[in-house]
Design a protein around this ligand. Structure first.
Ligand code: 13P
Length: 260
């Protein structure tokens, strides 16, 4: 981490927790986290859509809870005949602050493309929310020494046409696909190398101010046991946590690892 940027720890719950379990989880999390934690770290939870209103209501009712609501996905259009989809304006209305765009599971299982990620990123920004733009290579690409090229292509396409100021305000999540849900974490050195490469790409394309401001998360089997080491890297500004965010005790420890 670098003191120029505020750490962001995000819990991507994926398709876990129905709304009662969600309430239980955020209650427990709120009990574990304090005002001091929220003062130093941005903390977002990204529940399934069916839980979001419950979580929003809980956050609004508890004055000292600084949790921020996030979404896992959105549709770029404001409204329309898109059965099953949820628009950015619906999310904004629920006080959603962060929206994940282009998670590798969406790319792999739901056919999301770089162009689609770009469209969504623009829509999220337009609705005054913060995109978390996900990039990351497969194991084959890493082994073929193609990791930086792959991430660079995804990043260039995902951020195409954005203004430097907007890029400085958003979040990029580096999630190597081989580390997601596998228990296999990138080493802190690997995470730092790619996060630093991402920052250099942003600087080259959008200028030094955007490069300095953009926050870069690492994601892939992040947990309490490896959070401090990952976060001690100068270009790792936070973590996008999957499995370990479902357990409030574990997730609170990860947030507290970002408090130095
Ligand atoms: P895991 O932490 O379960 O590996 O998932 C990472 C992820 O995909 C977060 O978006």
């Amino acid at each position: 981490m670098n003191s120029a940027r505020r750490p962001l720890i995000s819990g991507n719950w994926k398709m876990h927790h129905h709304h009662l379990e969600a309430l239980h989880c955020v209650e427990k999390l709120a009990f574990r986290l304090s005002k001091e934690d929220y003062a130093r770290v941005d903390v977002s939870v990204h529940p399934p859509f069916t839980d979001m209103r419950t979580v929003q209501t809980f956050i609004l009712a508890e004055k000292n809870v600084g949790l921020l609501l996030g979404a896992q996905h959105c549709h770029a259009a404001d409204k329309g005949a898109f059965t099953g989809e949820v628009s950015v304006s619906m999310l904004a209305k629920l006080d959603v602050r962060y929206v994940i765009a282009g998670h590798s599971e969406r790319r792999q299982f739901f056919g999301e493309t770089d162009a689609g990620v770009n469209e969504k990123t623009k829509a999220i920004l337009k609705a005054a929310m913060t995109p978390i733009v996900c990039v990351g290579e497969t194991l084959e690409e890493r082994e073929a020494d193609q990791a930086v090229a792959r991430v660079s292509t995804q990043l260039a396409a995902g951020l195409a046409g954005l203004k430097a100021d907007a890029v400085g305000s958003l979040v990029v999540a580096y999630e190597p696909i081989w580390a997601i849900g596998t228990g296999r974490t990138a080493t802190a050195d690997d995470a730092q190398a790619m996060c630093s490469a991402i920052r250099s790409m942003v600087t080259a394309e959008f200028g030094p101010e955007a490069g300095l401001r953009v926050r870069i998360q690492y994601g892939g089997s992040a947990k309490a046991a490896n959070a401090s080491e990952l976060l001690s890297q100068s270009d790792v500004d936070g973590l996008l946590v999957g499995g370990a965010s479902l357990d409030a005790d574990e997730f609170a420890k990860i947030v507290q690892a970002a408090r130095f």
